[in-house]
Design a protein around this ligand. Structure first.
Ligand code: CTP
Ligand code: CA
Length: 226
């Protein structure tokens, strides 16, 4: 809070930040989820608020405490569809979007109203899945010239190729890539080693540092670009 007092509000500049994983229900007691802890996104929201931004933080499932700040407005969501609707509204008039959330790519076609029981008749169970909306790609495609969108790419292999493909496919101004198989760079860790991808620029590999430091550097880097 003291740090926030030191930094003046940036002329009411507002960032939309997402954190954590979305969940897709299979039935009332089960879901499809992912390993995101939400740490990176929460740290980004904190760093943005400390630099004077107003922050709309949209969180799915997280394993860390939510930040408490007058500058951070929090909305909790469960599914990709819900996150899409909240981001879509918040992005109107915002200065930028940082999609740190791990968004479920597929949703269950017909979630059961009642708990699915296991039967002795068959040893297998199938659920049909359909792709949900791509939030970053949709916002990237409709952003105004004054708005910027930043995505993340957590990959196990071919980071450069996948991150560059996401940069163009999602019309993003920046992709923050990391290799999740690397020690100190995976899910739930306190540290991260990221590479910054921007259109028509050579990738910038940052040293491994705490997620808090990555978040601060990222916010500063974005401010310097603008
Ligand atoms: N993302 C999103 N909406 C989705 C899927 C992803 O907004 N439905 C965002 C993520 O928040 C992240 C970026 O897009 O900032 C890249 O996510 P990622 O899962 O790596 O990309 P996908 O396009 O889903 O590709 P894949 O999972 O096949 O690697
Ligand atoms: Ca995905």
């Amino acid at each position: 809070a003291i740090q926030e007092l030191l930094s003046a509000p940036l002329n009411g500049q507002r960032l939309v930040v997402t954190a954590g994983g979305t969940r897709e229900p299979i039935d009332p007691v089960r879901f499809i989820g992912n390993r995101s802890s939400g740490k990176m996104g929460i740290e980004i929201a904190r760093a943005a608020a400390q630099s004077g931004y107003q922050v709309d933080l949209i969180v799915g499932q997280i394993e860390v405490n939510l930040p408490k700040s007058e500058r951070i407005h929090i909305t909790k969501v469960e599914t990709t569809e819900e996150m899409f609707r909240v981001v879509d509204q918040a992005f109107v008039g915002a200065d930028g979007l940082i999609m740190a959330a791990a968004v479920a790519d597929y949703k269950v076609d017909h979630p059961a109203d009642q708990k699915i029981k296991k039967t002795s008749a068959t040893s297998t169970l199938s659920v049909d899945l359909t792709q949900g909306p791509d939030i970053l790609a949709t916002m990237g495609a409709k952003k105004q010239a004054s708005q910027f969108v930043v995505g993340f790419a957590a990959e196990t292999d071919h980071l450069d190729d996948h991150a560059q493909a996401k940069l163009s496919r999602k019309h993003a101004d920046m992709i923050v890539g990391n290799n999740v198989t690397q020690v100190g760079s995976g899910f739930g860790t306190d540290t991260n080693q990221v590479t910054i991808y921007q259109p028509n620029q050579a990738p910038q590999q940052w040293k491994q540092m705490s997620k808090t430091a990555v978040a601060k550097n990222l916010i500063q880097f974005i401010q310097e670009l603008r």
